[in-house]
Design a protein around this ligand. Structure first.
Ligand code: SF4
Length: 653
């Protein structure tokens, strides 16, 4: 295995950001390979500065490098300027750790955190020198694997990925490693690739698309069925029950250049049972598994000392729901070893937990950004989506912030939600306007940034049957909001481009036929579709038309209860009848409380796997969730401000 560095270095003077390809971060590893080890090239299929902080990738990087029979390095999608030079000079995809060529590894393993990166996945496979279509790969070709939230509908990438991993990866990577190691040791004889894929298909949590037949009934999917008796009909996700056993990453990477989320990140719990009906992340990661508070403190103290960061984020899907949150935040801020220099950010905040006390504690060192996510503009809308936040709680939280000196807060909303009326849409403007009025009480000039994203229904959620709004309808709603806020001083309206929302909708609930569309968009040069400067809806529309596929049918059509969905053979633990009932409850504005503190609804996420919620404290966190369950978590919808420079966050004129 030799380094490609002598061929890479001359290219760096000619690209926009050379630091994307250098590696050398504190925490980076230079593992030794060899015939007795399986090599994993872990790839985040987006730009380095977006991918580097990804915790999932860093966790697997460390776990694999601790194994005797594995080694792992990292790669990120080369930016188009670098890709052009690489193709011109014949430089293949390489790792940033030791600059080995992709061919020196045994697996390419992708993290799929967003659908619009799918064309980058194909581009990375091609740059690695591997046939893009799985059916054209031979014994000597690398295996292509993928995991992450988007893997829960694997079908759009089924023609290109050999194996998908469902759920938590901490344990299953070792099982996959053992199977591949044996294959490697056997000399990869003729026909053995199919045999190893069949063995992998029997590993719990692993889905191998080539082991399944797909049947259609006209435009509808009829069935996805296993080809062999030892291949499961339904692939169940993997769930680690004890987060305390996995205190990773132990050595978080410290980049040499600016990246998103440039701070220490410590995961305080996994899973969420708030039950926001639009939120795929919450649904597929149940049940709740908290990290013990002592371990959180230790990871924070050690991480800060090693990295030199002066900010720590306590991460999860809804950090204020962590049962030990108050004590942990106070301890970090008052820790003498931090000399009062460390600020804490809670990436998702519940309004009722955000009191003057919390505001005062957080801003002791420096005021980190504050984002609240009511998601819906009216109480009726928030009942439909099960985000049961009352207006007075939002105004109370904003009041706490302004009273403690904040001058800017961000609110995150979705539009295009089921049953949404113009009154609901305009409620967004009213909430933002009223928050500005709260700030004026303190005699200060304040700004309320209202970011509005177009809603994309996601698999494994109660809204998976809903017909997404058209581009024209989303644009009409945005125009309504623009008109309504045009004269509102202090309200800064931002929105996602509805065209990007449409493309995401194609990939989100697509079946295997959408693979040809993704391939055509990639082949035509459509990479980095997450980025507004490269996104082009015309490519997607042309590709859908070229393959005789209807956008209306895939994106805007409401599904029936008995329709076979492309991900029905994948299980996130949730019973289909639970999701359907929750969809019916949504249509009749019925809320559902957090099951951590109520009797179980038998959704399947615990009962199906013999698991229980693991909380650090048996007492509900401040603010409780027994009543209205006011929640301002960001849930699975990524706030615009977490995606700097990426798609389609458009500022109002
Ligand atoms: S099985 Fe019950 S307790 Fe577990 S997440 Fe589902 S509803 Fe909650």
């Amino acid at each position: 295995m030799s380094s490609l560095w002598p061929r890479i270095e001359p290219l760096l003077a000619r690209v926009q950001k050379p630091a994307r390809y250098i590696g050398c971060e504190d925490g980076a590893q230079a593992p030794r390979g060899g015939p007795g080890k399986v090599g994993w090239l872990l790839i985040y299929p987006d730009a380095y500065e977006v991918g580097l902080p990804n915790q999932g990738l860093q966790i697997l990087y460390e776990i694999l490098n601790e194994r005797d029979h594995a080694f792992a390095e990292r790669s990120y999608a080369p930016w188009p300027d670098m890709e052009t030079l690489m193709r011109r000079r014949g430089v293949p995809l390489f790792s940033v750790d030791t600059h080995r060529a992709a061919a020196d590894f045994d697996l390419l393993a992708f993290n799929l955190s967003a659908e619009l990166v799918y064309t980058n996945v194909l581009n990375c496979i091609d740059l690695a020198g591997v046939p893009v279509r799985a059916e054209r790969r031979g014994e000597e070709d690398l295996l292509v694997a993928a995991g992450g939230h988007c893997a829960f509908n694997p079908e759009p990438l089924a023609d290109f990925v050999d194996l998908f991993v469902m759920g938590d990866g901490e344990e299953v990577v070792s099982e996959i490693n053992s199977v591949v190691l044996e294959w490697k040791a056997s000399g990869r004889t003729a026909g053995s690739r199919q045999a190893v894929l069949r063995r992998l298909a029997a590993v719990p949590g692993v889905y191998v698309p080539s082991m399944y037949d797909v049947a259609y009934d006209g435009p509808r999917l009829a069935a996805v069925t296993p080809r062999y008796p030892d291949v499961p009909e339904r692939v169940e996700k993997r769930t680690i029950s004890d987060l305390a056993a996995w205190p990773y990453p132990r050595r978080q990477l410290v980049p040499l250049t600016e990246v998103v989320h440039d701070r220490l990140n410590v995961e305080v719990f996994r899973g969420c049972t708030r039950g926001c009906r639009f939120c795929q992340a919450g649904m597929i990661t149940r049940p709740v598994r908290e990290r013990p508070a002592d371990q959180v403190r230790a990871m924070v103290t050690e991480g800060l000392a090693r990295t030199g960061h002066d900010e720590v984020a306590l991460t999860s899907l809804s950090s204020a729901d962590y049962s030990g949150i108050a004590g942990v935040v106070t301890d970090i801020i008052n820790d003498p070893t931090c000399s009062g220099q460390v600020s804490v950010s809670l990436p998702s905040l519940r309004v009722d937990a955000f009191t003057v006390g919390v505001a005062s504690e957080i801003q002791k060192v420096r005021r980190t950004g504050l984002t609240f996510a009511p998601e819906g503009g009216t109480w009726r809308m928030r009942q439909v989506i099960n985000k049961l936040i009352r207006e007075e709680d939002l105004y109370g939280a904003v009041d706490s912030a302004f009273s403690q000196g904040w001058q800017r807060v961000k609110l995150y909303f979705l539009t295009g939600l089921p049953t949404e009326t113009d009154e609901d849409t305009l409620g967004i403007a009213e909430l933002a306007r009223n928050c500005v009025a709260v700030g004026h009480r303190y005699g200060r000039k304040v700004t309320v940034a209202a970011s509005v994203g177009g809603f994309v229904p996601k698999p494994h959620t109660p809204f998976q049957w809903f017909g997404q709004d058209t581009v024209a309808e989303l644009q009409r709603k945005i125009n309504l909001l623009r008109d309504a806020t045009r004269r509102d001083r202090g309200v800064a309206l931002r929105w996602h481009d509805p065209k990007a929302t449409l493309a995401e909708g194609i990939a989100s609930r697509g079946d295997r036929r959408i693979g040809a569309v993704i391939e055509e968009v990639w082949w035509g040069g459509g990479t980095f579709q997450e980025w507004s400067e490269f996104f082009d809806l015309g490519r997607w529309e042309a590709a859908m038309a070229a393959h005789g596929l209807s956008i209306e049918w895939y994106v805007n059509r409401q599904r029936d209860e008995d329709e076979v969905l492309p991900w029905d053979h994948i299980s996130a633990g949730l019973h289909r009848d639970f999701l359907w009932q929750d969809w019916q409850d949504a249509l009749s504005h019925q809320g559902l409380e957090d099951c951590r503190w109520t009797p179980c609804y038998d959704c399947g996420a615990c009962t199906g796997y013999g698991l229980e919620h693991v909380v650090a404290s048996a007492v509900p966190p401040a603010g409780g969730s027994q009543g209205t369950g006011q929640d301002l978590s960001t849930g699975g919808a990524v706030p615009v401000e977490l995606l700097p420079a990426r798609v389609a966050a458009t500022s109002a004129p």
